[in-house]
Write a protein that binds this ligand. Structure first.
Ligand SMILES: Cc1cc2nc3c(=O)[nH]c(=O)nc-3n(C[C@H](O)[C@H](O)[C@H](O)COP(=O)(O)OP(=O)(O)OC[C@H]3O[C@@H](n4cnc5c(N)ncnc54)[C@H](O)[C@@H]3O)c2cc1C
Length: 331
């Protein structure tokens, strides 16, 4: 489990980082906190010639909020800083709720939001040592030509296994990407390709520099529920984030539901927003939304728990989150 040989670049300016990434293309790999990259390098899941360390770029860290422009969190902001931010906790509770479930304190102290949003997809047939993978003959994602999850197909189902992305989808966030042509923003949902092999839409030389949440989401109630093997330090096996704005009578004005760890991308449950708007809480409505969640979230045998159990948990979490938000709203 040693690291492969590579050259480490530590650019002092964003423009230098972009230049290095452009020059080396697919042979370069970004490292932020390293909490996902380093174990993956040790398992020889990739072997970049150049590793670009973003830590010297201090301008990429920080949390800012103004009522006019909303929330901006720099890509190099640590998960601990987000979790401990009184601003995030009070105005964007779904994000604090999700980030607080990520790994353990050590990973949250080192791990960054940018790294979390760009995680490698995970699969039980892929996240293994080289020795283990060789015994199997590899898989479609690496060193092989068969997907062990769906052997008849030529598609990689490795699961998106991050916790911050569903919360940010539920906050209607945009991602800021910087590359040789400058900075651009896109809806976070468009950043994910839903393909386990090429999970995110970054072109050569580009990196994530920040995430933006619109001002209308400030103060929006929200919660994240997560299934994991141990109740600490584990990647999600299923996750549901819900945000809701309801009036004093409990009528939903706007809601968003997003699921994670059950598809190759974190996904918004599109029907949920339409079904919930203008409605009051009822057992039938919550059941309808729970079914919408499992028509979007499609767990397969990528993870340590069965697809059937993970589907049931998606339903349970969705119902539970809606109940919580409606109750809190009327308290
Ligand atoms: C034991 C353990 C448990 C974990 N549990 C969880 C968990 O419960 N939930 C969870 O979500 N994660 C979990 N993780 C993964 C990880 O700790 C977090 O996701 C963390 O936020 C990753 O951030 P990082 O800065 O360390 O990313 P890195 O490891 O540095 O990078 C991760 C990926 O993102 C890319 N990248 C990093 N920054 C950028 C950028 N600015 N622009 C473009 N690409 C970039 C890297 O090239 C790499 O592909 C766990 C990790 C470990 C080791």
């Amino acid at each position: 489990m040693t690291l492969p040989a590579f050259r480490l670049e530590r650019p002092a300016r964003l423009a230098d980082a972009v230049r290095i990434l452009v020059a080396h293309g697919p042979e370069a790999m970004i490292i932020a906190g390293g909490t996902d990259v380093v174990p993956n390098l040790q398992m020889k899941l990739f072997s970049p010639r150049v590793v670009v360390d973003l830590k010297p770029l201090r301008e990429l860290a920080g949390i800012e909020f103004t009522p006019a422009s909303g929330l901006r969190i720099g890509a190099m902001t640590t998960l601990t800083a987000i979790m401990q931010s009184s601003l995030v906790r009070s105005k964007f509770p779904v994000l604090a709720s999700a980030v607080g479930t990520i790994a353990g304190p050590l990973q949250r102290n080192m791990g960054t939001l940018g790294g979390n949003l760009c995680l490698e997809t995970r699969c039980r047939w892929y996240n293994q040592s080289q020795f283990w993978r060789n015994a199997l003959g590899g898989c479609l994602k690496l060193e092989g030509d068969v997907c062990h999850v769906a052997p008849a197909g030529k598609f990689c189902w490795a699961a998106w296994s991050g916790d911050a992305a569903p919360a940010l989808l539920a906050l209607d966030a945009e991602i800021e990407i910087t590359g040789p042509a400058g900075a651009r923003r896109m809806p976070l949902g468009d950043f994910y390709t839903n393909d386990g092999m090429s999970r995110i839409a970054l072109a050569r030389g580009e990196m994530v520099t920040a995430i933006h949440v619109p001002p209308r989401m400030a103060g929006r109630r929200g919660v994240y529920h997560k299934l994991r093997i141990r109740n600490s330090i584990d990647y999600p096996l299923a996750g549901v984030a819900v945000t809701m704005d309801a009036d004093a009578q409990g009528v939903c004005r706007e809601a968003r539901v997003a699921v994670s760890a059950v598809n190759p991308a974190p996904l918004l449950v599109k029907e949920a927003g339409e079904l919930l708007t203008g409605r009051r809480p009822s057992a039938e409505l919550m059941e309808e939304i729970a079914h919408a969640a499992i028509s979007t979230g499609k767990p397969l045998t990528t993870s340590a728990s069965t697809p059937v159990y993970r589907r049931e948990m998606l339903k349970l979490f969705t119902r539970r989150a809606l109940e919580e938000l409606w109750q809190n709203g009327r308290a």
